[in-house]
Design a protein around this ligand. Structure first.
Ligand code: SF4
Length: 678
């Protein structure tokens, strides 16, 4: 049996394991004991990922839809049809009529080529990926505060924090190895844990302070904590003076956030807010860990900026075991952003509107880049399609028919497209809408790199040949580009990485050769002799001075009323991943949570005459679904659901109100009601 070291394709923690291969088949896997993050352990998702690689429902040949159903086709026929359809849309309506969504599960090399294909071949800047749904507000917020949108510190540093503020992050479910190997280690070493979450999540039980705030009131909480810190003189004057700008404006804006007002807005006891503020300001170094409970709001960017304000106010950034740590959901969502799969940025976060950057990429790629006039985030594409402006879409590995907000609108848009290509491993809910489906292969069948949440670029290594006629994404993109008349010809992913290194300064020192020497390198790594960067903003912020920006509390776009008296919020569970395309095909994971459920406070349940285990209808202004009621430790007036179940998709209910700065939808708060199913 051969063993091939590779990186987990699920979450952003970036655990490593050896795929065990016999006779060209993956038979099992063994976690790497030496890896600095997983240290011999894996969560239930990573531990079972090998079970899905040879799943009988893998797509093995291209499919073309005819008369409403799919038939198998050759690659030549599929490429021919795509070239003809995209070519004719391009000729008639220009690149503005086309769009491409790439995948945060694909490698950096795949993603780099996807955005190059969109910009150079389809001549469109309508390119995006699922960071728009999870951390678009992190990128917008942290770039404006610090100059860099990435996790400031490293995962392992969390274990040495004296205080951890976990806000909007159920780490035990979404990033279990971080919770188990580092957050719990910090607690064993005496760290104080503050958990801000409307649910009594596993880590809330171990917290010194649990703040079950009303969804959508994070800014009110953070501003109140900061105002109290200032009133008590617990801020770090020296750090503020030497490293930041805009402090006086922030101080002024915070004055109205008294403990009484903060308590009224958040629904929390003033005493608990005070205690949390004291712990965070006094126990240094303190780390903030956050996730989608912060980012997925129409004021998501403001939430992130508030977090950055709090860290700078107390001098908890730019030093070891402190910082602002957004945990990325998917394995390579950090990398997909780094590679420029964003309409606002070219690779390496070079602004698309920056003439110098445009010229550099135009000269490297030998093309003229599309004009940069309107930014069409993926969350805006649905309206663009329904308005008849966007006519052709190419989706690589994203199951948006499960993961986008307000699914009924998304489905209407997918049905109205003139031409849809989906490149996938399985015939997902999204692929069902396609005109052409191209069979892609899994992480086990290709080479490349993923960049984890801590900016660690790690190797993905090919363990077996692609199944059937499936191909790696990078190769499909190159073959299609050639057919469409643009030369994209590489020997393999290493050559693609060499091009990335030439164009992206923070990846310059990250060669495949160096990646063989250990467990990856953390960017920025500007040269071949640079060891990589453990934590950012050490002596200066990426933008120079850290920037305080006042942010005001604003309630969610939809507040409870008589017709919809509850707040629905959604999230992830331990035994499933993403939109479920892989994990719902893994029998042991599926057995653990076979059907969707809705968590409800026992007091709300009693009032609504709902018992634990009852089937209920959950209704919002956008739709209705059914699930099983589960009485749980959750704030009164709030209900919570996982979003990945196709037979009961919570996103049929969620609100597609967008953060106007970054386009992230408000997944985390919409008005809803529950009724017992008759
Ligand atoms: Fe994979 Fe994330 Fe689980 Fe690690 S924690 S095994 S990276 S899913």
């Amino acid at each position: 049996m051969k063993e091939i070291l590779t990186t987990c394709p699920y979450c952003g923690v970036g655990c490593n394991f050896y795929l065990q291969v016999e006779n060209g088949e993956v038979k099992g896997l063994r976690p790497s004991k030496e890896h600095p993050i997983n240290q011999g352990s894996l969560c239930p998702k990573g531990a079972t990922v090998h079970q899905v690689i040879h799943h009988p429902s893998r797509l093995k040949r291209p499919l073309i839809k005819e008369g409403g159903s799919f038939r198998e086709a050759s690659w030549d026929e599929a490429y021919g049809l795509i070239t003809e359809k995209f070519g004719s849309l391009l000729e008639k309506y220009g690149g503005e009529s086309l769009g491409l969504l790439s995948s945060a599960m694909a490698t950096n090399e795949d993603n780099y080529l996807a955005q190059k294909f969109a910009r150079a071949v389809l001549k469109t800047n309508n390119i995006d990926q699922c960071a728009r749904l999870c951390h678009a507000s992190t990128i917008a917020g942290l770039i404006s505060s610090f100059g860099s949108g990435a996790m400031t510190n490293s995962i392992a540093e969390l274990a040495d924090s004296a205080c951890l503020l976990l806000i909007g992050s159920n780490s035990s479910a979404a990033h279990p190895i971080i919770a188990n190997n580092f957050i719990k280690k910090a607690l064993q070493r005496g760290a104080a844990l503050i958990v801000a979450d409307p649910r009594g999540i596993e880590l809330a039980k171990r917290a010194l302070v649990h703040l079950p705030l009303k969804p959508g009131t994070d800014i009110a909480l953070l501003n109140t904590m900061m105002n109290y810190i200032l009133e008590e003189g617990l801020h770090d004057e020296q750090f503020i003076e030497a490293r930041t700008e805009g402090f006086e404006q922030l101080r002024e804006a915070l004055r109205s956030y008294t403990l009484e007002r903060g308590a009224a807005l958040t629904g929390l006891p003033a005493e608990d807010i005070k205690r949390a503020a004291e712990l965070y300001a006094k126990r240094k170094p303190a780390s903030i860990v956050y996730c989608m409970g912060i980012t997925q709001h129409q004021i998501g960017t403001g939430n992130v900026i508030s977090i950055a304000n709090l860290a700078m106010l107390t001098g908890n950034v730019g030093r070891e075991s402190s910082g602002v740590n957004p945990l990325r959901g998917k394995n390579n969502v950090q990398g997909a952003c780094d590679m420029g799969v964003l309409p606002e940025y070219l690779p390496g976060y070079r602004p698309m509107g920056d003439e110098g950057a445009r010229r550099e990429f135009e000269s490297a790629w030998g093309v003229r880049l599309p004009e940069y006039q309107r930014v069409i985030w993926c969350t805006r594409m649905w309206d663009e399609i329904l308005a008849g402006r966007l006519k052709g879409l190419y989706i690589i590995g994203e199951n948006i028919a499960i993961s986008e907000a307000n699914l009924s609108k998304v489905e209407r848009a997918l049905r109205s497209l003139e031409f849809l290509v989906v490149q996938e491993v399985f015939l997902t809910e999204t692929a069902e809408f396609a005109d052409v489906v191209l069979p892609a292969c899994t992480f086990a069948e290709k080479d490349g790199t993923f960049t984890s949440t801590e900016r660690r670029v790690q190797r993905v290594r090919k363990a077996i040949e692609p199944l059937g006629e499936s191909k790696p994404d990078w190769l499909i993109l190159c073959e299609l580009a050639q057919r469409m008349g643009y030369p994209m010809d590489y020997d393999g992913p290493e050559e693609v990485m060499d091009e990335i290194r030439r164009l992206v300064p923070s990846y310059r020192g990250i060669s495949y050769k160096r990646l063989e020497e250990g467990f990856g390198l953390q960017w920025p790594c500007p040269s071949e002799d640079h060891p990589g960067t453990k934590f950012l903003h050490k002596e200066r912020f990426t933008r120079g001075l850290g920037r305080f920006q006042p942010v005001e509390h604003r309630p969610p776009a939809e507040e409870p009323d008589e017709a919809y008296p509850l707040i629905l919020t959604t999230g992830r569970i331990l035994m499933q991943y993403g939109a479920g395309s892989f994990t719902r095909r893994t029998p042991s994971l599926e057995r653990a949570n076979p059907e969707n459920f809705v968590e409800i406070n026992p007091e709300d349940a009693r009032r609504l005459k709902i018992a634990d285990g009852d089937r209920v209808r959950i209704i919002s202004r956008r739709g209705e679904i059914e699930a099983v009621a589960k009485l749980a430790d959750i704030r009164v007036g709030t209900i919570w659901m996982p979003y990945l179940y196709r037979e009961s998709p919570a996103n049929r209910l969620t609100n597609d109100a967008l953060d106007p700065i970054c386009g992230i939808p408000e997944f985390k708060a919409c008005a809803a009601r529950i009724e017992p199913k008759k």
